[in-house]
Design a protein around this ligand. Structure first.
Ligand SMILES: [Zn+2]
Length: 416
């Protein structure tokens, strides 16, 4: 089965290459802003809606006027125009705010959506990236499986350059026919129906302390204030850099952990059942005066630590590679309140950690019992899997990206 995989390589440009990369990045930024200005003014002054194709068709004339854009490659320019179009689509479907003008500092890079304009001289292990009109850039990184490169995105992040390359490749994933139920993130990170418990990694707690110490140092330095025209001090910038370094370390550790856990689960199972997780509701602040406030804070903290939403979408993605099935167990099944052996329902408080059935005397860890109920539900669907609650896996999970995304969604107010 052919699948699409993404690998990120670190780039090591020479000094002259780097200044050119930055120059191109700014050109792309200016193009993005120009297109935004175009759409905005046309609408405000003349009431015209400008579409992506209107702007794409102007690009050749645009390049005749601004010669410096010629060496960037027309497909890459189209991709930047497309990026603005996505921002507007998000806005129109009420998923995001009105697109903003971007500053050079916050503009990350650009994409080659096809195979023209770049070439990867690699077999998935280090090598060179060749960009038209720029030459070969050394790159380091390792792909688990390599194939035919399809797209390439150049990213500038924390003063480093990266190339994120997607390839079409033959999926080689070890699988077996097992089935498992999973309960996420109340007390343990993951509790499996076979009794395995994967605990929360404590990386964030450890690094959090360091981040807090560093933030304390930062507060003592001169911060920038654009209104009062105060520039940031060198020491402030240095401290800021240290914090973002720590934060990206946590992100990397978290992603690494998620991939490992997801791979481990998918390795032995082709059917995974889990409760439909309402992360938005689960991570919401407890109501004022609620008795569960402390429990709620603890729950939120551990859920956010681990990034459950992302973990689930990784499991789905890995399952999807060999047509595995992910079953969403509906909330009305109430896995944590039901006995996996006899089906007797008994309401438990959040603090009760052990499932002890009063009817059939079945004893198990609370979360493991819940996972077993979910597995039973999924097995009960039997051959009718496809027409039951097992929806086909969507390629682009809308709200299971990062928690920042989830929070943005949360903050939205309906427009009237
Ligand atoms: Zn029972």
């Amino acid at each position: 089965m052919i699948v699409t995989r993404r690998t990120t390589f670190r780039l090591y440009p020479t000094k002259s290459q780097e200044s050119k990369l930055h120059y191109w990045r700014r050109l792309h930024k200016d193009l993005f802003n120009a297109c935004l200005y175009h759409r905005k003014t046309e609408y405000q002054r003349f009431g015209n809606s400008i579409s992506y194709y209107d702007q794409q068709n102007i690009l050749p004339d645009f390049k005749e006027c601004w010669h410096e854009y010629k060496e960037l490659g027309s497909q890459a320019l189209q991709a930047t125009v497309k990026r603005l179009d996505y921002a507007f689509q998000r806005f129109f479907s009420r998923l995001g705010g009105y697109p903003k003008f971007k500053s050079a500092r916050h503009y990350r890079g650009w994409t080659y959506p096809g195979i023209s304009g770049w070439k990867a001289h690699t077999t998935g292990d280090n090598g060179y990236l060749e960009l038209s009109n720029l030459g070969q850039i050394q790159m380091r990184g390792k792909a688990r499986t390599w194939g035919t490169p399809t797209t390439c995105t150049i990213i500038w992040k924390q003063a480093k350059w990266y190339a994120s390359i997607t390839v079409n490749c033959e999926s080689k994933r070890e699988t077996s026919t097992g089935a498992i139920g999973l309960d996420f993130g109340t007390y343990h990170a993951v509790a499996c129906s076979d009794g395995t418990i994967i605990d929360n990694p404590k990386f964030l707690a450890n690094t959090q302390q360091k981040i807090e110490q560093a933030s304390k140092k930062l507060r003592r330095k001169r911060a920038p204030n654009f209104k009062k025209k105060i520039k940031a001090s060198k020491r402030w910038r240095k401290a800021k850099k240290q914090i973002s370094k720590l934060q990206s370390k946590v992100t990397n550790q978290r992603q690494d952990w998620q991939h490992k856990v997801a791979a481990q689960i998918v390795k032995n199972n082709s059917l995974v059942a889990s409760e439909k997780l309402n992360i938005k509701g689960m991570t919401r602040k407890a109501k004022k005066g609620s008795k569960r406030k402390h429990q709620k804070t603890g729950l939120n903290r551990s859920l956010l630590d681990v990034g459950i939403g992302n973990l689930i979408s990784l499991i789905k993605y890995k399952l999807d590679e060999f047509n595995g099935v992910f079953v969403d167990v509906p909330l009305k099944i109430a896995p944590s309140q039901t006995c996996p052996r006899c089906g007797h329902k008994n309401k438990k408080e959040l603090s009760e950690r052990v499932h002890n059935c009063e009817v059939c005397n079945f004893v198990a860890d609370r979360d493991v019992a819940a996972a077993m109920v979910m597995l039973n539900y999924a097995k009960g669907l039997g051959t009718s899997l496809s027409n039951a609650d097992a929806k086909p896996l969507s390629k682009t999970p809308q709200h299971c990206g990062g928690f920042r995304k989830v929070q943005q969604v949360k903050r939205q107010k309906p427009r009237t």
